[in-house]
Structure formats: C-alpha cells, structure tokens
Design a protein around this ligand. Structure first.
Ligand code: GUN
Ligand code: ZN
Length: 446
C-alpha cells in the first residue's frame, strides 16, 4: 500500500473511493504482468484535498482512516485512473461523421467551414462546455486539444476545463497559408496572440499551453520560426501538430519544403520536436523519421478511428515499442475525423488496426496507453496516470455489466484480462458510471 497520510490530519479534507481498483506501475509492452499491474479486488483510494494519500486493500487503508471519512463505495465496479485523450479538436465535434472524403478534401469541405464559427465567442463557449462534459461522460479527465485560430476559442476551452478541474493541454491553432482567409493569422499575430495566451493560462490551475501549428502545409517557414521563437521563450509549453497522416499531404509537404528531405525534418529543423512535442498520426514514416522520433523522444499519438474513417492508413504501433528504441506513444480520438470521444471505443479500433497489420495488442497494453502510458508520453506522469500517493485523484468508475449484452457476456470471462478486453470491444460511454477530477465527482450516469 502507498501511504502519505500526515499524523496531524483531522480528516475533514479527506475523501475516499472504494471498489475494484486497477492501475499500472510499469509498461505492459515491456514488462511482465506482475511487474506493471496493480489490482485490488476490494480497494480504497484515500484522498486529501483531491490528492491521493493512500491506495491499497480496503482492509489496510481503512485502518489509517478516521471513521468519519466519506467513502463513495462502488461494489463490483472497476476503478481506474482517469483516461487521457492525447489528440482531439473540440471545434470539430460539430462535424463528426461527415461523409466521403480523405484528409485534404475533408479539411476544405467540412473542417474549415466549422472552424470559422469560432470567431463567435458565444459559439465557442457553448461548444467548449459541451465538449468538456462529453469528455467526462466518457471517463476522460485529461486531453490535448486543438482550438481554432481565434484566441477566444482558447479562452472558452480553458475556462470550461478549469470549471471542471480537468487537465487541459490546448492552444490557438497557428496557420498562415492554404486555408480560407478568415482562418489565417500572420507570424506576428500568431506570436502576439500565443504569447498572450501562454501568459494568461499556462500553469494556471490545471491548464497547460500547447503551441499549435496546425500542420506544415498551413504554416510558412516564417510561421514555424515564430513557433520556434515562442518555444525558446517559454520552454515548458507543449507543441502539438500533425505528421505523416496521408500520402497526398506528405507529397504536398515535399513540394512546399523542397529543402527538407522528410516531413518530420521540417519540424525538427524549427525545434518543434522532442519531449512535450505531440504529433498526431505518424502513419507513413520513413526510416529516418522513425529514428528521429527515437533519438529525440518525440511523442506520436495513435488515432485509430480517425485513420480508419479518413482512410489514412494503419499505424505501426509495434514499432514504437522496440526494447531499447521506444518512442513515447499515446492514444487520441482525433474527433472530428475520429468517430467517437470514447477512448474505450478508440482502443477497440486500435486493436483492429493492429489485427489488420498482422499484429496484436493485449487489453492491458491498451488500457495502459490511456492511463499511465498516456501520462508518460505527455510528461505528466508525476501528477496523473496512476493511483500512486501524491498524484491527483482523477478517477473513472466503470460498470462492466452496464448493458444487457455485457451482463450476458461477462458471465463467460475467465480472468481480468478477458474482462478488460470484452469491455473495450463491447463497451462505450454507457460503461462509465462516474468520473472524478481531483477527488470531486464531475459526472455520474443516470
Ligand atoms: N491535419 C491538419 N489539420 C487536421 C485536422 O484538423 N484533422 C486531422 N485529422 N488532420 C489534420
Ligand atoms: Zn488532428
């Protein structure tokens, strides 16, 4: 049991959650089950002002708890660290499931039209609130999110997330070419607006800023230089963008940046890679690009529902897990090209993508990627991703028998791994019974 309870605590600020606890202490791609998974059939997470102070078997933790502590008890429910969505676009929720195009046509036909609407502050506020509520309903407590080019779209998102005490990595999209005029900024404007937003939001509560050059085709070299300058000035902010998602996109990058021998070299050249740099997709990478990801420890975000929906291709997840040559990897829904805000459904598609490649992933590997693995890839593992003492009480409560079908199917599972695999294959937002951020219940079903 991990302990951190102080002797002089009167118990007034303590809260607890009880049930079947499951969390990771290591990486199931690299380590054996016993070295990386913790499971307590009847466990308690004890929190003080939203921070975990003890976690373990109920019989042990209850011994050191004042009797007055309020316990939210969820018998027979699986309880895990809050889920992490490492790549999502909140303004695109309104165009999810738009028919018929691959990436570049999809951007022109649907995405840019929707994003223009975020010049309107009220529209941005309403959609940001809806988005955060939907994340919580899906068990997601942390997200790396693209806004639009409009600073008010960023204010709206950080405000909505902070009201719900969610960890939100987000930023104003930087784009100064190859999009409709009303969606373009300039390098100077991008600099001024991004630096003002960083000063206003980065590190405030759980808000973290990400410089967000949309992707190389929408950014001039001058714009990428501005992003580089901002990174130099604010070294602990994140960078998020897109990389090698679609073959036409890659050919376009070759045309626009003829002096660079690959897509990733463009971002490398402008200092936009390395830790705290998050790149969606990475499907069609050359050998040198894989090597750069390893060398610089740049994070790739696997977005399977999006990649299937836009017909972009099949991500080689296995290649990120070569022992001694690992690449930080996380999972993203990539809504609105992604077809669900549920990370549970997204894991199911990640498994199918692996199958189509002649590979596989286990249920433990899958759940690792949306909890501790995601936290590591986002450089947030000091604060979230597991139930270790000192981390935030971000918690999701799952009902493994939430539907008639699950109730039926669960009679025949033989062990925890099977149960988790069935859950990710047949589950969706209906299995989320409650979601907590820093110990406070933010969502309860029904
Ligand atoms: N590449 C550039 N912008 C986007 C976007 O909004 N969605 C996806 N999936 N890829 C992109
Ligand atoms: Zn995206």
């Amino acid at each position: 049991m991990s302990k951190g309870l102080t002797d002089n605590n009167t118990g007034e600020s303590l809260t607890a959650v009880r049930g079947r606890l499951l969390w990771f202490t290591g990486n199931p791609f690299q380590q054996s089950r016993s070295d990386c998974v913790r499971y307590e059939e009847d466990g308690i997470i004890l929190m003080d002002k939203g921070k975990i102070v003890a976690c373990g078997a109920a019989s042990d933790v209850s011994e050191q708890m004042p009797e007055t502590v309020k316990i939210d008890h969820f018998p027979n429910r699986l309880i895990m660290p809050g889920f992490i969505d490492a790549h999502v676009h909140y303004p695109q929720v309104q165009i999810m499931g738009a028919h018929g195009e691959q990436l570049l046509d999809w951007l022109n036909k649907y995405t840019f039209i929707a994003e223009k609407m975020y010049a309107d502050t009220d529209h941005a506020k309403a959609n940001a609130q809806f988005f955060c509520d939907e994340l919580l309903k899906n068990g997601t407590t942390t997200a790396a999110t693209f806004c639009t080019v409009h600073p008010q779209s960023v204010d709206a998102l950080f405000s909505a997330a902070s009201k719900r005490n969610m960890t939100m990595i987000a930023g104003k999209v930087m784009m100064d070419r190859n999009a409709p005029d009303r969606l373009l900024d300039t390098p100077e404007l991008a600099y001024d607006q991004s630096s003002a937003l960083i000063k206003k939001w980065h590190g405030k509560g759980r808000a973290l800023y990400a410089l967000t050059p949309r992707f190389a085709p929408c950014c001039t070299p001058e714009q990428l230089m501005m992003a580089q300058a901002l990174r130099g000035e604010f070294p602990d902010v994140y960078v998020q963008s897109h990389l090698c998602e679609n073959l036409d996109e890659i050919a376009w990058v070759d045309e626009l940046f003829p002096d660079h021998d690959s897509y990733l070299t463009v971002y490398d050249h402008y200092g936009l890679t390395g830790p705290r740099s998050l790149y969606g997709h990475g499907i069609h990478l050359k050998q040198a690009e894989w090597q750069s990801l390893i060398d610089r420890q740049t994070t790739v975000v696997h977005c399977p529902t999006s990649n299937m929906f836009l017909g972009s291709g099949l991500f080689d997840l296995e290649r990120t897990q070569n022992a001694g040559h690992e690449i930080p990897v996380a999972i993203g829904t990539d809504v609105g090209a992604g077809t669900s805000l549920s990370l549970i459904k997204t894991l199911s598609e990640a498994y199918k993508v692996a199958q189509l490649r002649g590979a596989t992933i286990t249920s433990l590997q899958a759940f690792y990627m949306i909890t501790l693995g995601g936290a590591c890839a986002l450089d947030l593992d000091k604060n979230i991703g597991s139930f270790d003492a000192g981390k935030a009480g971000d918690i999701v409560v799952l009902n493994p028998k939430a539907t008639a079908l699950l109730q039926h199917r669960m009679q025949y599972v033989e062990n925890l791994e099977d149960e988790l695999f069935v859950l990710m294959t047949l589950g969706d937002d209906r299995i989320i019974e409650a979601t907590y951020t820093e110990g406070v219940k933010q969502y309860a079903c029904g």
